[in-house]
Design a protein around this ligand. Structure first.
Ligand code: GDP
Ligand code: MG
Length: 440
């Protein structure tokens, strides 16, 4: 995968202490190949590599203590910028807002219409779905099923009325029914064709949508970019929605589309269900492509809030086998300096997974105090040798001392083990072992 290829390229950089220009050049060659292989548009790759190289060759990077990491950080920042920098919002009208979904057949328009409607209703809007695909057999029915599933009204006039007339009539209907957002599901073809484009243009000029959103199947790679370019040229789209990002996509579409069209990616579809919609966050996508969660922003945050030397010591301790309850306690205290614990933990890859819930990094001070008091109830020997705590009579004594239940102690032990496991994974990535960051 792209993440694996990129990590491979960076591993070599990390392994070296100081870097020189040829190290960077070599790494950039590999980055270039990885991107091309992931179907990123070649022009985009060229500009990207040029930008990263220029920044990476700077003296601050080459002379820093951790040049490899600096390069990764630059790549991450440039990836983020490539995808638009920050998230792009939807635009609304003061009266009834129309959104028009366009794209090739099978891209996911009808599904996305439903997802968007649900998303908007959760934000206190009153959406109306409009069935303007009169060509694909059962397209109207499909939208009606979607609407029923999420309890959103669907406006349809059968397949004998022109899509332009349907769209116009739907605005009137929305007014009457008190709906404030109209989502128009249009027809697609397997390939771009003139008649379709003409029809879409007519719908657009008759309802003047606030957003003309191009729905693109992210699995189609390089082709997605061509599609986006031609839809944009004809329809002047206002944004892109990438669907099927849950699949085995190579990431090329996400990286190229913004740069090629100049239009932001606003949402992504991450599954077939109505809830499988996400606001597109360039930063998160970049981290995902790099295969490292939001760990980079965590590193950044940690650098500003914590004494760097202390943090580095703790970091390497956390990633080593010796990590014990004393360190756990210290980590807690360090993290308190960083802000709300749950926010911090969310940024660590893997921390969202269910098994880690055992750590119970609840926002509340109370949980935190509980954990602390359990560790305080341990003897120094126990803190330094966590295995000892598994002994039932010790567990009982500790629970009693901390004024908590045995289950609380068990929970702490489980959380500790999970954290240790995860830290070991992080450690092996940094040392450049074969196993990837997410254990893949
Ligand atoms: P349309 O022709 O553009 O209206 O596309 P549809 O909405 O009918 O979707 C085509 C197929 O893609 C359907 O089987 C959907 O369930 C599926 N689909 C749509 N969005 C996603 C997504 O984000 N992830 C996955 N895995 N499948 C999706
Ligand atoms: Mg459809």
């Amino acid at each position: 995968s792209l993440a694996e290829r990129l990590q491979e390229a960076f591993k070599k950089l990390r392994g070296k202490g100081k870097l020189n220009e040829s190290d960077i050049k070599e790494a950039m060659r590999e980055v270039r190949l990885a991107l091309l292989e992931a179907d990123v548009n070649f022009k985009v790759v060229k500009t990207f590599v040029k930008n990263v190289s220029e920044k990476a060759m700077g003296s601050e990077v080459l002379e820093s203590l951790t040049p490899g990491q600096q390069v990764v950080k630059i790549v991450n920042e440039e990836l983020t910028a490539l995808m638009g920098g920050s998230e792009a919002k939807l635009n609304f009208d003061s009266s009834i807002t129309a959104f028009m979904l366009v794209g090739l057949q099978g891209a996911g328009k009808t599904t996305m219409a439903g997802k968007l409607a649900l998303y908007l209703r959760k934000r206190n809007r009153k959406p109306l779905l409009v069935a303007a695909d009169i060509y694909r057999p059962a397209a109207i029915k499909q939208l009606q099923i979607v609407g029923k599933q999420i309890d959103i009204p669907v406006f349809a006039m059968g397949d004998n009325v022109s899509p332009v007339d349907i769209a116009k009539a739907s605005m009137e209907y929305a007014r009457k029914e008190g709906c404030d957002v109209v989502i128009i599901d249009t027809a697609g073809r397997l390939h771009i064709d003139e008649a379709l484009m003409e029809e879409l243009k007519n719908i657009k000029s008759s309802v003047r949508p606030m957003e003309t959103l191009l729905v693109v199947d992210s699995m189609t790679g390089q082709d997605a970019v061509n599609v986006a370019e031609s839809f944009n040229n004809t329809l002047d789209i206002t944004g892109v929605i990438l669907t099927k990002l849950d699949g085995d996509t190579r990431g090329g579409a996400a990286l190229s589309i913004r740069e090629v069209t100049g239009k932001p990616i606003k949402f992504s579809g991450i599954g077939e269900k109505m809830n499988d919609l996400e606001v597109f966050h360039p930063e998160r996508m970049a981290s995902r492509i790099l295969g490292m969660g939001d760990v980079l922003s965590l590193i950044e945050k940690a650098q500003t809030a914590i004494d760097e030397k202390e943090a580095r010591e703790l970091g390497s301790k956390m990633m080593s086998k010796e990590f014990n309850f004393e360190d756990y306690l210290k980590a807690f205290e360090q993290m308190q300096k960083l802000g709300p614990l749950n926010k911090i933990m969310e940024m660590i890859p893997g921390m969202n997974s269910k098994e880690l819930k055992g750590i119970d990094m609840d926002d509340s001070e109370r949980e935190m105090l509980k954990t602390k008091s359990i560790i305080y109830s341990m003897t120094l020997k126990e803190r330094r040798n966590p295995k000892l705590v598994e002994n039932p009579s010790r567990k009982k004594r500790i629970a009693k001392g901390a004024g908590v239940t045995i289950q609380d102690v068990n929970k702490l032990l489980k959380g500790f083990e999970n954290m240790k496991k995860m830290m070991k994974q992080m450690g092996s990535m940094q040392k450049g072992s074969k196993k990837g960051f997410l254990g893949k």
